[in-house]
Design a protein around this ligand. Sequence first.
Ligand code: PEP
Length: 249
Amino acid sequence: AGTGKFFVGGNWKCNGTKDSIKQLVSDLNSATLEPDVDVVVGPPFVYIDQVKSSLTDRIEIAAQNSWIGKGGAFTGEISAEQLTDIGCKWVILGHSERRHVIGEDDQFIGKKAAYALGQNLGVIACIGELLEEREAGKTFEVCFKQLKAYADAVPSWDNIVIAYEPVWAIGTGKVASPEQAQEVHVAVRDWLAKNVSAEVASKTRIIYGGSVNAGNSAELAKKEDIDGFLVGGASLKGSDFATIINSVT
Ligand code: PEP
């Protein structure tokens, strides 16, 4: 971990029921968490209110998506204003499942980030390469292109956490090695220094996501440029998520 406050987000994706979420919240409420870590969970939209009213204030709430602009006639969408209204502090944008399953492109995601920031939401801005892109030696090129789309759209990096999530590692059990993750995190920081500012490069937290679990988080957390994690599967178990949070070094 670097100098910024460690940040751990749990992305619950499209999982859970009222009952299972009640149990998860209760497990999180009774877990002992290192104080010097920002902790955020992202429930499905329909359970945000339940989580907000039952989860300890120690943990903030993220949405998993937000609409690109002001709400209105956009069937099925949720606006950033509505998220703020219901007590969300964060939104996850640019997740690989939104990019590669739903088909969102870099510019669309950049605009969403800008709009969400304008509504005072923090943005967990995801980037990451596909397996074939890594194998073709294009990891940095892909990540920089995704970063540039954010940089071109956002007015400030103050409320952004970058999540580097190699797509081949998400939900596959194939975690990046600490060295593989560190290599990209340094490159991302370097890109920020060259293309945004030295200050943003040193202040922005860059977290890793992709098959992080209670058994591998401590080794990853030792790396200098890994400032936390975005956790999918393992965030659905309170005790595993707590172990990951407490792996801060
Ligand atoms: C994610 O979806 O952001 C993620 C990292 O998932 P998992 O931890 O399950 O690989």
